[in-house]
Design a binder for this molecule. Structure first.
Ligand SMILES: NC(=O)c1ccc[n+]([C@@H]2O[C@H](COP(=O)([O-])OP(=O)(O)OC[C@H]3O[C@@H](n4cnc5c(N)ncnc54)[C@H](OP(=O)(O)O)[C@@H]3O)[C@@H](O)[C@H]2O)c1
Length: 231
């Protein structure tokens, strides 16, 4: 498939899970893929650039963005997918855990968009996808810290849609339901009442297919929000 041939696509949180599936799908569609995460080794190989960065750190996000612009140019597509997860009741959630969730699920989204979105808009186009969650618009027990970050991310997304209207950049929030990735490993959903079995969750490739759909819309079409979940 060559739907993304000639396009440069940056995917954050691409070392595993949904982000890795998005990077693979974009690569298979012909894009030059830049993967960003904390555990990737810095390297450039076979039309693929890997950058190691902690996206909660403003200096590292600035350094990552500078490298991207120098080595690949302003990306045509950004998928900001890096995120964390916590399942804990309010009274058991420590202030440090709350801060950590908000740093990765909200602050990182602010830092990445602040570095990349203005230069995409200056070039007059592109696709900017943020990966939210069903927990960016529905409240669940044990989700205080996670939902605070993801609801905040939806607020950031809606603000950017308004602020960048007319710039040519297509902005989308993709909000998946439970997806079978390593993010669930510490929480054992198969044996946790009220949670779907892992076998009943979305596959990372389901979310990647949805994001590929968004990234292949014509420039005149904006998909503001795409929600998907298992049946
Ligand atoms: N799985 C689900 O059920 C589900 C449902 C709805 C939404 N989501 C969202 O989908 C996204 C991906 O989740 P996933 O299930 O694929 O999780 P995952 O397998 O744990 O992957 C998370 C990714 O984020 C990266 N990351 C975490 N902290 C980072 C940081 N400080 N700086 C840079 N990268 C960081 C991780 O890479 P390193 O550790 O290498 O840095 C990893 O590549 C998240 O935003 C999550 O909230 C997931």
């Amino acid at each position: 498939m060559t739907a993304l041939a000639g396009r440069v696509a940056l995917v954050t949180g691409a070392s595993r899970g949904i982000g890795a599936a998005v990077a693979d799908a974009f690569g298979a569609a012909g894009a030059t893929v830049i993967r960003v995460a904390r555990t990737l080794e810095d390297r450039s190989r076979d039309g693929r650039l890997d950058i190691r960065a902690d996206l909660t750190d403003a200096a590292q996000v600035a350094g990552m963005s500078e490298r991207v612009r120098a080595e690949a140019g302003v990306p045509d597509i950004v998928v900001h997918n890096a995120g964390g997860f916590l399942l804990k009741r309010l009274a058991d959630t420590t202030p440090a855990e709350f801060d950590q969730q908000v740093r990765i699920n909200l602050r990182a989204a602010f830092l990445v968009s602040r570095e990349l979105l203005p230069s995409m808009a200056a070039l007059g186009g592109g696709t900017y996808v943020s990966v939210g969650s069903v927990a960016d618009h529905v409240g669940f027990p044990e989700n205080a810290a996670y939902a605070a970050g993801k609801y905040g991310l939806r607020g950031l997304h809606e603000t950017l849609v308004a602020e960048y209207r007319g710039s040519g950049v297509q902005l989308t929030l993709v909000s998946p339901g439970p997806t079978d990735t390593g993010i669930w490993d510490p929480f054992d959903p198969d044996h946790r009442p009220g949670f779907p079995a892992r076998s009943a969750m979305l596959r990372p490739s389901d979310v990647a297919d949805a994001i590929l759909f968004v990234a292949t819309r014509p420039p005149s079409v904006q998909v503001d929000w795409l929600r998907l979940g298992p049946i």
